[in-house]
Design a protein around this ligand. Structure first.
Ligand code: FOL
Length: 230
């Protein structure tokens, strides 16, 4: 059987795992975290050359000669409400293949968005993964695949075998939230399901940059990596 495409969930959460409030992030802004999110989801690993280097995604299957990718980008899969939550000037997220999951297929602002970058619409997470699994989307090689929320999509992703990794920003204090991440990765339940926290060095190696905890407007934050073993 084809091994499932590795998925990385990326999110920021309060100590009680709050991730959202009224269709937006719970905090006013955590610029350092948002910048980390943008760099990490854009950076394609491997073979020198940097962003857009041909064939940079070591894991992608060999494409047929007729659709050989000339560049590789990571992909971000998001739920329709998360798409709505991104300021129109920032969507689609630049330099990444954007996939929006919408059961009805209705996605606001698509025409304008499509003039900027590739945006795919999938009817479910399985369909989104299936499209990306081919390794090429309209001439663009697919590198890492990130699930960027929200709560419902994270839950579906965690049930998939491909969900190997969570890049979590721990936000140091509580904010009022109405959307939560479903798994306490440091709790007993998660350990039992194979989730382990990796070291800061392993996180740095995976994201390809030094990481440092910090504080912004009195709010502390810390970047963590969890992986599922087995
Ligand atoms: N993961 C982490 N660590 N922090 C987050 O805030 C986060 N947010 C989402 C998913 N994973 C996350 C979903 N929400 C943008 C806005 C909201 C959003 C995700 C992304 C956005 O506009 N991103 C731009 C950068 C904008 C800026 O620099 O202010 C991007 O290019 O990624």
């Amino acid at each position: 059987p084809t091994p499932s495409l590795p998925l990385t969930l990326i999110l920021a959460a309060t100590p009680s795992l709050g991730i959202g409030r009224a269709g937006a992030l719970p905090w006013k802004s955590l610029k350092a975290d948002m910048a980390f999110f943008a760099r990490v989801t854009k950076r394609v690993p491997g073979v020198g050359g940097g962003v857009g280097a041909a064939g940079a995604a070591g894991a992608s299957p060999s494409p047929s000669p007729t659709n050989r990718p000339t560049k590789t980008q990571n992909a971000v899969i998001m739920g329709r409400k998360t798409w709505d939550s991104i300021p129109p000037r920032f969507r689609p997220l630049a330099g990444r293949v954007n996939v929006v999951v919408s059961r009805s297929g209705a996605v606001a602002g698509l025409d304008a968005a499509r003039e900027r970058e590739k945006v795919l619409v999938a009817g479910g997470l399985g369909e989104a993964v299936g499209v990306l699994q081919k390794g090429v989307v309209e001439e663009v090689g697919v590198g890492r695949v990130f699930v960027i929320g929200g709560a419902s999509l994270y839950e579906q992703a965690l049930r998939m075998e491909g969900a190997r990794r969570v890049v979590l920003t721990k936000v140091g204090r509580e904010f009022e939230c109405d959307a939560f991440f479903g798994v306490d990765l440091e709790g007993e339940g998660a350990r039992g399901k194979g989730w382990v926290r990796r070291s800061r060095g392993q996180l740095e190696e995976w994201v390809g940059e030094k990481v440092e905890a910090g504080e912004e407007a009195g709010v502390g934050y810390e970047f963590c990596l969890f992986e599922r073993e087995g």
